[in-house]
Write a protein that binds this ligand. Sequence first.
Ligand code: GTR
Length: 348
Amino acid sequence: MDQSYQEYSGDDLIDSGKLFSRRKILGGAAATALLAGCKQSSVRTLRAAEFHPPNYPTSQAILEMGRLMGLYSNGTLGLKLYAGSQLGSERDTLELTTFGGIDINRVALAPLNSIEPMTSIPALPFIFNNVAHMRAAMDGAPGQTVMTSLERHGLIGLCYYDSGARSFYNTKKPIRTPEDMAGMKLRVQNSDLYISLVEALGANPTPMPLGEVYQSLVQGVVDGAENNWPSYFEGRHFEVAKYYSLTRHVIAPEVLIMSAQSWHRLSEKDQEIIQRSAKESVPVMRELWDAKTKEAQENIIAAKVAVNEVDDKEAFVERMKPVWDEYVQSPAQKRLVDEIREMGADHA
Ligand code: GTR
């Protein structure tokens, strides 16, 4: 991979457990530099934001996309990646993206949930049977429907990246049944859907940015959180919260979006190159993701984290009925749910 596209500022704090706090240190200065704009030249350099560190699969996939953009445009299109949350939380960068301050952004569906109700559907608990089901649905018509829904918010969907399955972890005890979660204080992403999900399980949700979770676990502000293997590992949360219970309650993808303002400034040819490069970065991302998940699992198990399966997945599924009722309301949402469910038959 051509590292010349990798223009983040280098000193990633990967071992410190403070990785996700980087924004507090660099955010202001980096954002000012960013908004001051790039130098005029014959190369159009798009600014991309990524919360995760430079070595994370999503960051590497965005860099691959930049490499492909350079290749297909004979060097007239470039990409500058601001990885490691230099530009702020996903919520902050999303706002910047909608008005064109950031061109390309990789976000989870959670921060989009409050903006566009269709994005809640792939984030519904237990909607996908497994990762293969999620990949098939999001690569197909359901994924396209969700992307199209973003356009009315000034966002162009480029492609989906994997995010594995999210499970609960905490500092107290293994979670085997929903009853084990009663009264637990759990960090959630800033999304009403996640708040409802945790409440339906009898626990107390605390929305906060990912960058604050490590300290909050240390200080007992929260008892736990939920995430996939790589984020539980990269954020060093496993050092503090030693119980990881495989609820696999959400298998939502992440999405690479582009500011519609930036998009409409490009020629049709450049738009095609960007679209093609994004699509071609997906298999690269998936390979890196699978490897990262394996690495995270091995390290977490070696660190003597107590990993457990839940007693009965159906008991958790059962509790999610009110969440579905609350977040699946419009006919378009219902159609999307049906379409995704139908595809599940091939991925039982
Ligand atoms: C990670 C995901 C991030 C963010 C984070 C969180 O798995 O890659 O985009 O959603 O979880 O929990 O805030």
